[in-house]
Write a protein that binds this ligand. Structure first.
Ligand SMILES: [Mg+2]
Length: 126
């Protein structure tokens, strides 16, 4: 079971990569032009749960012991992750959350809180 980033995944920044703020703006633009309006926060929370369930189902069948059903075989991990991100971006926009700032603050907090925790965890020894 892989527990590291595969070498095939190139995470080097590209000039045309959208920022997180850009993703929030693109989502808002799409909602306002194509989507008419945001679903309610409660509807989107239900949607988020549904999308996380779809992602869990695919991961369970890909990396866990569950076998694939015929209806699962065309599912794509990236698409399922993008579905989760999409609904999360909608919820951020309609609740006034700047995800760039929230992520920055969260990463700083995690770094301060966990700077030694994982390094000292014998279960993570390589
Ligand atoms: Mg989905």
């Amino acid at each position: 079971m892989p527990n590291t980033k595969p070498d095939s995944l190139d995470l080097s920044p590209r000039p045309d990569d959208p920022t997180l703020r850009g993703l929030q703006a693109a989502t808002d633009g799409w909602i306002r032009t194509v989507g008419v309006r945001y679903f309610s926060e409660l509807t989107n929370l239900a949607q988020l749960t549904e999308e996380v369930g779809e992602l869990a189902r695919l991961i369970s069948r890909t990396y866990g012991e569950q076998s694939f059903k015929e209806s699962d075989k065309d599912r794509d991990l990236g698409e399922e992750m993008a579905d989760v991100l999409w609904v999360l971006l909608c919820l951020a926009n309609q609740t006034g959350v700047d995800l760039t700032e929230a992520f920055r603050a969260r990463l700083e907090k995690k770094t301060l809180r966990d700077k030694d925790r994982h390094r000292n965890n014998p279960k993570l020894a390589i």
